[in-house]
Design a binder for this molecule. Structure first.
Ligand code: NAI
Ligand code: A1CAB
Length: 276
């Protein structure tokens, strides 16, 4: 059971999911503190998980070995600047799960060199099935990188990227990615209804098919391309459907969508770091 003292600044969906994952991984609940201004958020966390809660970010951060920044990006400048005078020096490891907030901006708001691991999670972290991109700044030691990885693994699969800019690509692929698959499920459900299936059956089949395909892709040693080939009998129904999707430009369309998301991630990072 890990006893690392972790303070979560912001106790919303993302923090709650990581807390749930850590406790499921046998982290000591008493070593976790969540700071949030909303009383109902605090009481729910305390009652469900037995963690400490407070509305005093500075007190939570001052006592922690690791600080997890889990407020909305727009709140980041104010929250970080208010924490700065209360941080131990040298500063403890800081982990950010905030979308689009750069390492330079966070360090400058926190008042100087800070060991920082910036992550890009996605909403399946809520069910401990997230895909989380990670990047560490130069001030983070190898031990701190390992510690950050261990903590974030509570939310799902973790993957380091070489440069901070790569996190914009991660945002476009796995950060936004759940929405692409949800859209695909919605579209399949609509198509099923159009083919005469009742609404419940249409939804169940679409969702279960997505789950089954994802599980096969995760559990099999074969590539998605090979798994696709195995469904596709020569001259059969799948071949006809895939031909329609390809003729309609599915692959280049998806490439354009991901490129657009990446460009937007870059723009948002610049906006959020503008006053750093
Ligand atoms: N890639 C993605 O799809 C996701 C990314 N994220 C990132 O995670 C971060 C947190 O998101 P959620 O948990 O979904 O948001 P949320 O809105 O559920 O939680 C934010 C929490 O911060 C609290 N808060 C507000 N002001 C505060 C302050 N001054 N001090 C301490 N706490 C304060 C709020 O009361 C709220 O409970 C965001 O920065 C977001 O960008 C979150 C979810 C998914
Ligand atoms: O849509 C967004 O901007 C955020 C970042 C990745 C997922 N949600």
């Amino acid at each position: 059971m890990s006893q690392t003292r972790i303070a979560f600044i912001g106790g919303g969906n993302m923090a709650r999911s990581l807390v749930a994952g850590l406790i499921a991984d046998d982290h000591e609940p008493g070593a976790l503190t969540v700071s949030d201004p909303v009383a109902e958020v605090r009481s729910r966390l305390a009652e469900t998980y037995g963690v400490h809660t407070t509305d005093d970010n500075a007190a939570a951060a001052a006592a922690a070995e690791v600080i997890v920044l889990a407020v909305k990006p727009q709140a980041a400048p104010e929250v970080c600047r208010a924490l700065a005078p209360h941080l131990q020096r040298p500063a403890p490891l800081v982990i950010s799960v905030m979308a689009g907030v750069t390492e330079a901006a966070i360090c400058s708001w926190l008042g100087g060199e800070t060991p920082l691991v910036r992550s890009m999670p996605n909403t399946p972290v809520l069910v401990q099935s997230g895909a989380i991109g990670l990047h560490a700044n130069a001030a983070a030691t190898a031990a701190q990188r390992n510690l950050a990885e261990e903590i974030l693994r509570a939310g799902g699969l973790t993957r380091w990227v070489d440069t901070e800019a790569d996190l914009d690509a991660v945002t476009a692929v796995s950060g936004s990615g759940p929405a692409y698959f949800f859209l695909f499920m919605e579209a399949l459900e609509q198509a099923a209804t159009a083919e005469g299936l009742d609404a419940d059956t249409a939804r169940l089949l679409a969702i279960q098919t997505a789950l089954g395909a994802a599980r096969m892709a995760v559990e099999s040693d074969e590539s998605p391309a090979e798994l696709r080939r195995r469904v596709t009998s020569p001259g059969g129904t799948t071949e006809r459907a895939l031909g329609t999707l390809t003729d309609g430009g599915l692959e280049p369309l998806l490439a354009r969508a991901v490129a657009a998301a990446r460009a937007r991630a870059q723009e948002l990072s610049q906006l959020l770091g503008a006053d750093a």
